[in-house]
Design a protein around this ligand. Structure first.
Ligand code: SF4
Length: 268
């Protein structure tokens, strides 16, 4: 049986609720995490892309080590592209999954060179966000999240990378329906956010997901969002697990990614 479409009032009410939640996130988590603002590109766009490939399925500290090693060994992206793949694999080994990432980096660089006749992604600044993301996502091994990271961090464009923390916290807050596919999650959240809200929203949800709204059990007793959180209704009713408030402070020290997104200099 065909599912009936929600009424206009229902859509408007849902939109108002989402905006209430987003405003609470930006105000309250912003206060907690220093109101992060995009302060210009931390790296050039190709470096941003390669660093993001290195960070796939590994801790930021490891991907940073691998990125530093790669830049120390090769003076240009052309040299990375022409390096023997086995050698590149050894160089980036500290980043984990090097046998997968080394050929992926070279395939991506080769595709950029083939399509643009140079290893420069500056042209993306002149495309609409949707076009720029589609161009990046057509590169081998690059999905919506990585493409959005390059656009948000490398260009300050209004794109929202949805990583595991953003997805989990947004889902618990009721901003995403259960089991939303990751591509649709990018669309839904971007539709709900103003362009200027994407950077702080992304950073704040990552910090909150690491510190407080952890998987599998959130520490709701420390959260400033209980009054707007859909998941907390289940927690309060005893229908979802919750972690006790730890005796020691939960704010983890800044990690490499945090330092980068708060404006620290890029790796040498
Ligand atoms: S109330 Fe609990 S589940 Fe909801 S956002 Fe806060 S920590 Fe996460």
């Amino acid at each position: 049986m065909a599912r009936s479409r929600p009424s206009r009032q229902r859509v408007a009410a849902d939109r108002r609720r989402r905006r209430r939640v987003i405003a609470a996130v930006l105000e309250r988590l912003g206060e907690q995490y220093g109101h992060p603002r995009w302060a210009g590109p931390r790296l050039d766009p190709v470096s941003e892309l390669v660093l993001t490939i290195l960070s796939q399925n590994t801790a930021d500290v490891n991907s940073a080590r691998a990125f530093d090693a790669l830049r120390a060994r090769y003076p240009s992206w052309d040299r990375v592209l022409s390096a023997p793949t086995d050698e590149l694999t050894q160089v980036i080994r500290p980043g984990g999954l090097a046998p997968t990432k080394a050929p992926r980096i070279q395939r991506v660089l080769a595709e950029i060179l083939d399509a643009r006749a140079s290893l420069d992604l500056g042209f993306l600044a002149g495309l609409a966000v949707s076009e720029a993301r589609a161009w990046l996502a057509a590169l081998p091994g690059i999905g919506a999240k990585t493409a959005s990271i390059v656009l948000l961090f490398g260009f300050g464009r209004p794109a929202l990378p949805v990583d595991t923390h953003v997805y989990r916290v947004a889902s618990r807050l009721g901003l995403l329906p259960p089991r939303t596919p990751i591509g649709r999650a990018h669309e839904l959240l971007e539709e709900s956010l103003e362009p200027s809200e994407m950077y702080p929203f992304h950073v704040e949800l990552i910090r909150h997901g690491r510190d407080t709204c952890r998987a599998p059990r959130p520490i709701c007793g420390l959260c400033p969002l209980t009054d707007v959180c859909a998941h907390y209704v289940l927690v309060r009713a005893g229908r979802a697990p919750v972690a006790p408030i730890p005796r020691t402070p939960v704010h983890r020290g800044p990690r490499y990614h945090d330092e980068l997104i708060h404006g620290a200099p890029p790796p040498e």
